[in-house]
Design a protein around this ligand. Sequence first.
Ligand code: 2HG
Ligand code: ZN
Length: 445
Amino acid sequence: MDALTGLPEATIIRDRESMEPFLRDESHLRGVPPLAVVQPRGAGALRELVRRAKAEGFGLVPRGAGTGKAGGCVPTEGTVVVDFSAWPGDIRVSPRDLCLSAPASAPLREVKAAAEAHGLFYPPDPNSWESCALGGTLATNAGGPNACKYGMTRHWVLSVDALLDDGELHTFGISSVKANAGPALGQLLIGSEGIFGFILGATLRLAPLPREYATLLLPVKRWEDLLDLPGRLSGAGFLPSAFEFFDPAVLAELRAHGPEEARRLPGEALAILEFDERGCTSEAFLEGLQDLLGPVADGLEIASDERQRQGIWAVRRLTSAFLKERHPGKVSEDIVVPRSRLRDFFEGLGRLGFPSVSYGHLGDGNLHVNLLAAGETDPAILDGQLMDLFRLAIRLGGTLSGEHGIGLAKRDAFLALSDPGHLHALRALKQALDPQNIFNPGKVI
Ligand code: 2HG
Ligand code: ZN
């Protein structure tokens, strides 16, 4: 592609075979071959790319580590993939300001480790935390189990470094939790999935590192018994740092076909609860919790050391990859409903009548409903099933994505089901910030 000739501070990949890994993320989608893949190493490359994209009319698709779940970074027709893995910069922790700054290319694993080295904590923990890049988590406002206590990525972002349609680098926000000089434009970029510009780095808020964890495996004899628990716990002042679940169908799948450690999982349905506040491993705390749980707590197992704790988490963490390996054509959703509507949601899901397995983040109502047979289902029927699922979540006061975002995978549903006023405002923003539609065209809106 001639339009990229002589691009400064960048590596350019053009051959089909080398571009192949850039066609996919971790969703079920496969993009079209891009015009090229560019790996920028400096602002000069991006400035030029933006200028040439506008002049030549091609789109720019940002990419972190490619671990997204909604096809946000897969290339669409007439686009160049901009892979930020070589973007320069260091992770710098500032304990006095309780914050850390890092480039988009920083692996999230290293961001979390850098905070920990100072006794500090960066809570966002998407399932891909060991392989994803910070930039991707910012662009998608990544979640994870800890979100039920700590919130999403956006709640930990103090400022954002971004390059917009003027080709220039801007910093939105300051290194303080208090900053109120006008609307928070940095927050507009978090979760924007690359449609307003490139996110190049951020300054992140940190918390003190938890010193103790109570990690509990809670098998139940009746699956419905789990569904009131998130609300009951918070009503009684218990705030778990994670509350994950496996429904009977996913548990059966794991037990029958999963790896060794999954075959021993107990219960008709199962929850993993974790607390991380000071005193959570004390007898008084655990007794109080057991009292509240009542008979539901009959089979409760409490991890007695870090090895057991990691063992419990390992099974939860492998679930997504295990299901994908066993059902390559599966479609995984991440709808969310208010915690008080969990029971209504699962009753409604049963009435929809198509087979699914569910697991995920019960504590914040963010449920991974997986349609394992999607690969073998007629596309029109599958679309109908997904729309029914999204409508159900929306009817109960929820939404069609709790953490993975819209990207390409949920774009049609998002456009069909969103409030027209919401879409109008979003389009007006897109038009104002990216009038030539060069940033991630065809995604979200
Ligand atoms: C998880 O919580 C991830 O494991 C992935 O968000 C969910 O693939 C999925 O369904
Ligand atoms: Zn998840």
